[in-house]
Write a protein that binds this ligand. Structure first.
Ligand SMILES: [Zn+2]
Length: 323
């Protein structure tokens, strides 16, 4: 670990396994991310803080990389903390902004209906309750944007790195080239770009895979020395990793295009084709991945959308030459 950065590893109830949070010790003590809200995680957090001579009360401020429950879960248990930083969207999740959450449910219900998803997969409210159960209500005290510095976290600049989450921020130290990456870059798995509603009702939906590609491409020129991720090993040498991830994604996109060239299909049908074994147990994740590929193929002019007023199908834009 770089001098003043300490990694704590907390259990989660998710398939991804453990999550890392980080303590950065300067004149003041910053916690990067806050694990998931379970008793096991809280205990592990306390024990590992003790190992580095701290208790939760010693934490002066919290910086959150994104709004997922395995990263914001325990914030509400750190009631004494005066400063909590993150993307403005994280605030909506921490405060459980009713308008936003209603809009979230409505958005997925409309979208899934349009995409030919059967009713059995449309219990968005239950999925949302499950998500909220693993975090604690809290609130941000300041929103961070691209380029922002954080008092007490000397040397670090905020980088907007959306894709895995619209709210995703990473923190880059210009002096040491260290990156606090959250789930933006992981060594052992590619981060899933997840579907989310637009922040404001009526705006166009974010395209998570396109956002993720842009975020990855923008850091190709950085020479990070050490990347501290939210899951898996601390690593370096991110350029070949990114080049490889992008190549694999494009390969998968063309597999999707081949399938659609045979017959126009709904996103639900394409999801079943891509993930025959997993689409039922991991519906949200596999739909996000599927639609990511469709968004990508539309962005390069290979696909078009056809609507019969009820259901949307995707069709190859150049059925003869694309194969
Ligand atoms: Zn995570």
């Amino acid at each position: 670990m770089t001098q003043n950065i300490y990694q704590l590893t907390l259990p989660t109830p998710y398939a991804v396994g453990d999550v890392h949070v980080y303590i950065v010790k300067n004149d003041i003590i910053t916690l990067i991310d806050a694990g998931v809200h379970t008793e096991e995680a809280w205990q592990a957090f306390n024990e590992q803080l003790k190992n580095i001579g701290l208790t939760p009360k010693d934490i002066d401020q919290v910086v959150l990389t994104h709004h997922h429950p395995d990263h914001i879960g325990l914030v509400g248990r750190l009631n004494h903390v005066q400063n909590i930083y993150g993307h403005s969207l994280v605030h909506k999740w921490l405060t459980r902004d009713e308008m936003y959450l209603d809009h979230y449910i409505q958005f997925f219900n409309d979208l899934y209906t349009k995409w030919g998803v059967p009713d059995q997969f449309q219990d968005i409210e239950r999925a949302l309750d499950y998500t909220l159960a693993f975090s604690t209500p809290s609130a941000l005290t300041r929103y961070l944007n691209e380029g922002d510095q954080i008092p007490g976290l000397e040397g670090f600049l905020t980088l907007e790195t959306p894709g895995h989450a619209e709210s995703h921020l990473s923190f880059y130290n210009q002096d040491t080239n260290v990156l606090l990456a959250g789930d933006f870059l992981l060594k052992h798995i590619s981060s899933n770009p997840l579907l989310e509603p637009p922040v404001n009702i009526g705006e166009e939906r974010p395209k998570p895979l396109l956002r993720y590609r842009e975020s990855m491409k923008r850091v190709l020129d950085y020479s990070f020395s050490t990347i501290y991720p939210g899951h898996g090993k601390v690593f370096s040498n991110h350029q070949p990793l990114i080049v490889d991830r992008i190549a694999k994604q494009e390969k998968r996109a063309f597999k999707v295009l081949d399938y659609i060239s045979e017959s126009p299909s709904t996103p639900y049908e394409i999801c079943q084709y891509l993930f025959p074994k997993h689409y039922q147990s991991q519906f949200g994740l596999t739909m996000s991945e599927t639609v990511g590929q469709l968004d990508y193929l539309c962005s390069i002019g290979e696909l078009e959308q056809l609507s019969d007023g009820e259901v949307v199908r995707y069709t190859a834009a150049h059925p003869i030459t694309s194969k």
